[in-house]
Design a protein around this ligand. Structure first.
Ligand code: 13P
Length: 250
């Protein structure tokens, strides 16, 4: 069935030196963790150090964003999919709520970036999730449906097979307020139904949907026990090798 994917999102944390030190401690702790795929999404400048440190292990390395152009170009400050691929990335996070909130990311740019990731041979981890006000207004499903429709559902069925979805309720990110397993399970179920409606049963049962938002060693087990939760996208708790390893080994 679906192999769990346990992914760390380091956001804007760690230098290359700290990256190397992380992997030295982390790799021995997950050496035998064949039950899941493991991914570390590091800042751009840390990627070479991460790829070198993770070489020979089963831990993949990913970026946290990419430009929607797959060619070179005059785009100051941007990094392309082929560049991420060339440095040794396997995956890339797209449409994280922090990019939507602070850097003008829209569903339309999420779609463009997702296409660029696929064209570059990278696994896109596309983030969706509602704000607290959306949830309180009873609009969670509407927001999720809109983000999925605009961000990924115009991909061809073949393109969509490579996509991983991450459900990250914005109110649970970095707040210590994890969604209860029941709240997360409802959202994941809804997302899977949407995938089924657009791409059919096979895609719905093979697509991995990760949960993100204050995942910690002490709550990961109850989240992973939910049938539609296929992994985690971990921020703060992925920065420490011992805590991320205990999440991986839930
Ligand atoms: P925290 O785990 O720090 O809440 O962050 C979640 C997140 O945004 C992962 O992408």
């Amino acid at each position: 069935m679906r192999k769990p994917l346990m992914a760390g999102n380091w956001k804007m944390f760690k230098t290359p030196e700290q990256t190397t030190a992380f992997f030295e401690k982390f790799l021995p702790l997950v050496e035998k963790s064949a039950h899941c795929e493991i991914l570390v999404c590091a800042p751009f400048v840390d990627l070479p150090a991460a790829v070198i440190a993770a070489a020979g292990s089963s831990v993949g390395v990913g970026g946290q964003n990419l430009h929607w152009s797959t060619g070179d170009g005059a785009f100051t400050g941007e990094v392309s999919g082929p560049m991420l691929k060339a440095v040794g990335c396997r995956s890339v996070i797209i449409g994280h709520s922090e990019r939507r909130q602070f850097f003008g990311e829209t569903d339309a740019t999420v779609l463009q970036r997702t296409k660029a990731a696929l064209a570059s041979g990278l696994q896109p981890v596309v983030c969706v999730g509602e704000m607290l006000a959306d949830r309180e207004a009873g609009k969670t499903n509407l927001v999720l449906e809109t983000q999925l429709r605009g961000g990924v559902f115009s991909l061809t069925p073949e393109e969509f097979t490579a996509v991983v979805i991450a459900y990250e309720p914005v109110w649970a990110i970095g707040t210590g307020k994890t969604a209860t397993p029941e709240i997360a399970a409802d959202a994941h179920k809804f997302i899977r139904e949407q995938i089924r409606a657009h791409y059919g049963d096979a895609a719905a049962s093979s697509t991995r949907i990760l949960y993100g938002g204050s995942v910690k060693p002490d709550n990961v087990k109850s989240l992973m026990a939910q049938p539609d939760i296929d992994g985690a996208l971990v921020g703060g708790a992925s920065l420490d090798p011992i805590s991320f390893a205990s999440i991986v080994n839930f």
